[in-house]
Design a protein. Sequence first.
Length: 218
Amino acid sequence: MPHAKAVSFSKYMADETTPQQVAAPVAPQQAHPAHQGQRPGGFQRGSRPPFGGGNRFGGKGGPRDGQNRFRRDKPKPEFDQKMIDVRRVARVVAGGRRFSFAVSLVAGDRKGKVGVGTGKGGDTASAIEKAMRSAKKNMITIKLNSSMSIPHEVSAKYASGRVLIKPAPGRGLVAGSSLRNVLDLAGVKDVNGKVLSPSKNKLNIARATIDALKKIRS
């Protein structure tokens, strides 16, 4: 069997690429003079992207003009409200206890109309909604003078709550507890209110305040 023809190693070495034959790195292309100093988003270096232009790299984004197309302005409610008491109550049934929430609040327009309402529901949102409907149903109109104050002294008692309200020109609204909440939402100014009963029940004090405001005569 004939021997294979020996091939010199130098022939294969000659076919390999030598370090001198490696292509030199290509120089980076110079930017066009008209595009020098620009960022990928298309705006000048050091400047901020235009509003509504999206992100910093020129991508699409939401509106940036301060107006959200998906946001609708909610109408202002007719009456302001203030919660005076939130309690978790329970009722006993055959299977155990069922918990719910009881809410007491005061609602008024700060122009002479005010009311106190209560509501009960499985969550606070439904309880507040029911209490608001109750407050609107029981709303009264107060006879105030030109300075949004009461013309004379009034007092009332409801259950264990007893209050006294006196006009105080130039003093502002001086009162505490739920008595202040009722007078504030009614828009009453320059009065001095005092809780005379030892009871701290805010609902009874608020209802006593409503009864006192009903006694105002022009």
